[in-house]
Design a protein around this ligand. Structure first.
Ligand code: ZN
Length: 425
């Protein structure tokens, strides 16, 4: 009779929640963490050799789009984004709506091998085709009572509300959609996750000063609310038209408003440097992976081409390699100078904090669910490329090897991890 079901042996364990960074074994029993110690004796049914690899709490992607099929070619397969990419939990941001949340539970969350959560859309229709049809997303398309209902009936996996604050909506409706989202958020006691930076074109004949949007947005936010896309190239976000971080951002951070990278097509290394140098440190990462950020190797056609037209139709596979994953975004932050332990904190305990799930996720403390990510560190000369084609060098790169979800081994073999030769920008 084995004492443990599985032991991950000899890896470098980094668990920021517990302040652990050292070579440890991690023992699993009945789907939970039983013990973490330098050398664990005792019988085990299975051993995973993690020597010279990194062993961290299961990674949580706080922003992805996985309402597959219902959101058209915008929605990704949850397990390709999640467990098959070494990521044990994925948060869908705004795909599921008050009117479609039951389908998300039945067809996405329940069948997935990955742990799946959702920030429900602020809008009755949700993120169909990546919000292509702007007319659906005004105050007329929001019903606060329905939003609250969707949260209250699905508290096991709905952890917040996805909202937008950007020039296109602002030119039509001012800040009203976010105000309604906050009304539901305060009533249901969940945070809002706010997309910043242009999503839709301004209404014909209007020109909005993008810095006005952020000025009207921040006073509405409470501690625990989340601002996304700090490093976007689009105007109306963190970096003002003068090339400086908007002073109100610091005031909001001091109040406990959190920042999520929301990578998607929103990575400008230059904007990131300005923000990081000014002291804007993201709380969580969020790959913001969706169908328009990737090219599928198993498809001859290019997904999402011209989906929005113009700049939003661009393909944003990371570095033009055809691949896209949470770990690649972590690599970008490492290349920008963020410490490894800090980056790991963002995808583990911080992400669990954002979801209000620190009792279950985000740490390898005994009694937590046995969600574990095992990564390898490749040391070589790598070039990373942002959404504008700007390149930076890095000497260190993480790569997912496997993940445990509730103690079960899943190898990292998602097609989204496969890189091809980068194209010339
Ligand atoms: Zn997104």
């Amino acid at each position: 009779m084995a004492k443990f079901d599985l032991i991950v042996r000899g890896g470098r364990v980094i668990d920021p929640a517990q302040g652990i960074d050292g070579v440890h074994d991690v023992a699993v029993k009945d789907g939970t963490i039983a013990q973490v110690a330098p050398r664990i004796a005792g019988k085990t049914a299975r051993t995973v050799n993690a020597r010279s690899q990194l062993v961290i709490p299961g990674m949580i992607d706080t922003h992805a789009h996985i309402y597959q099929h219902v959101t058209g070619d915008f929605g990704m397969n949850p397990d390709e984004v999640g467990i098959r990419s070494g990521v044990t939990a994925v948060v869908d941001q705004g795909g599921a709506a008050p009117l479609t949340i039951q389908g998300f539970r039945k067809f996405i969350k329940d069948p997935a091998a990955t742990r799946v959560y959702a920030f429900v859309s602020n809008y009755l229709v949700g993120g169909l085709l990546g919000h292509r049809h702007v007319g659906l997303y005004g105050p007329h398309g929001i019903n606060v009572r329905e939003t609250i209902n969707a949260i209250e009936k699905n508290r096991d996996f709905v952890k917040g509300i996805k909202c937008h604050a950007e020039v296109g909506g602002y030119s039509r409706w001012g800040i009203e959609t976010l105000r309604l989202g906050k009304e539901a958020s305060r009533a249901a006691k969940v945070p809002v996750y706010v997309h910043l930076g242009r999503l839709w074109a301004e209404e014909n004949g209007t020109a909005i000063d993008p810095d006005r949007v952020i000025g009207d947005t921040l006073p509405l936010l409470d501690p625990g609310d989340i601002l996304a896309h700090p490093f976007t190239k689009h105007p109306g976000a963190f970096v003002s038209r003068e090339g400086k971080v908007h002073p109100l951002i610091f005031e909001a951070m001091a109040r406990g408003v959190r920042i999520d990278v929301g990578r998607g097509g929103h990575m400008s290394f230059d904007a990131a440097r300005i923000a990081l140098d000014a002291g804007v440190m993201p709380f969580t990462i969020g790959s913001d992976i969706h169908g328009y950020t990737i090219r599928r190797r198993d498809e001859s056609r290019v997904w999402g081409e011209g989906a929005f037209g113009g700049e939003q139709g661009e393909l944003t596979t990371i570095g033009g390699t055809g691949a896209f994953s949470l770990v690649q975004v972590m690599n970008e932050l490492i290349a920008l100078g963020v410490e490894l332990a800090g980056v790991i904190r963002m995808v583990t305990v911080n992400a669990a904090t954002m979801l209000g799930l620190t009792d279950e996720l985000g740490s390898l403390a005994p009694g937590r669910v046995a969600d574990v990510s095992v990564l390898t560190i490749d040391e070589d000369d790598w070039t990373l490329q942002d959404s504008l084609g700007v390149r930076i060098k890095t000497a260190k790169r993480l790569r997912p090897v496997l993940a445990l979800r509730a103690g079960r081994v899943h190898h990292a073999e998602s097609p989204l991890l496969e890189e091809r030769v980068p194209e010339v920008a």
